[in-house]
Design a protein around this ligand. Structure first.
Ligand SMILES: O=P(O)(O)O[C@H]1O[C@H](CO)[C@@H](O)[C@H]1O
Ligand SMILES: O=c1cc[nH]c(=O)[nH]1
Length: 186
C-alpha cells in the first residue's frame, strides 16, 4: 500500500528546504510539489501547467547543497516520469526554465529582461533549491507550477491577472491532480 503525507509548501527556499529536511527525517522518498509561478512571457495564460526543467539559481539555499553554478537542471528521470503521467491523463503542460529568486519585491524589469535573455519564461522562489536538495539527498521530486501574475517588462507594470485567474481552474483542481500523480507513481 502507498503511504502519503500532505504538507504545506512553505514560501521561499530556506523555509521549504527546511520543511523537506524534516519530512525526509520522517521517511519520505518521493515529493510531489506544486504552487504558483509568475510569467515573464505574456503569451502564457493564467493557470497553465508548467513543468520546470531547469532553473537560474538566484537564491542562496541551493549553494549549501551543490557546487556553485548559475543554473541547475531538474532530474531528467523525474521530469520524464511526470510528463509521462500527465500524457496518460491527457493533461496539457509546458516545460520551462524558471528564474528562482529570493526577493519577490525585487523582480525589477531590468532583472526580468536579463532572465528572459537567459531563457527563463517563468519566475518562482524555490525550484532551484529544491532541485539541489533532491540531488544531494537522492530524493525524487515531481514539481509543477500553475501560472499566476505577469511581470510585464514592456510597461514595467505588475499584472496580477486576478480576473483571468478567477475564471481558471482552482488550486483544488491542481491539488486533485497532485493526488492523481501520487497514485500513479510506482
Ligand atoms: O504559490 P507558491 O507555492 O507560494 O509559489 C510561488 O508564490 C510565492 C511568491 O508569491 C513563492 O513561494 C513562489 O514560488
Ligand atoms: O516567485 C514568484 C511567484 C509568483 N509571482 C512572482 O512574481 N514571483
Amino acid at each position: 500500500m502507498q503511504k502519503f503525507t500532505i504538507a504545506g509548501a512553505d514560501l521561499g527556499a530556506p523555509a521549504l528546504i527546511g520543511r523537506l529536511e524534516e519530512l525526509m527525517s520522517g521517511g519520505i522518498e518521493n515529493v510531489i510539489l506544486f504552487g504558483t509561478c509568475g510569467v515573464l512571457d505574456k503569451n502564457i495564460d493564467a493557470h497553465q501547467l508548467i513543468i520546470p526543467t531547469s532553473a537560474i539559481r538566484d537564491e542562496g539555499t541551493s549553494f549549501h547543497y551543490v557546487p556553485a553554478s548559475n543554473e541547475i537542471q531538474m532530474n531528467p528521470n523525474s521530469v520524464a516520469k511526470l510528463t509521462m503521467i500527465l500524457d496518460e491523463l491527457n493533461v496539457g503542460y509546458m516545460t520551462a526554465k524558471t528564474w528562482t529568486t529570493d526577493a519577490i519585491f525585487r523582480e525589477t524589469p531590468e532583472k526580468a529582461k536579463e532572465r528572459i535573455a537567459m531563457g527563463c519564461s517563468v519566475v518562482d522562489m524555490e525550484a532551484s533549491a529544491v532541485a539541489a536538495w533532491a540531488r544531494y539527498r537522492h530524493k525524487n521530486v515531481y514539481q509543477f507550477f500553475y501560472t499566476a501574475d505577469h511581470l510585464n517588462i514592456e510597461t514595467g507594470v505588475w499584472d496580477r491577472r486576478s480576473d483571468e485567474r478567477a475564471q481558471a481552474p482552482s488550486v483544488y483542481d491542481f491539488f486533485e491532480l497532485a493526488l492523481e500523480i501520487g497514485i500513479r507513481l510506482k
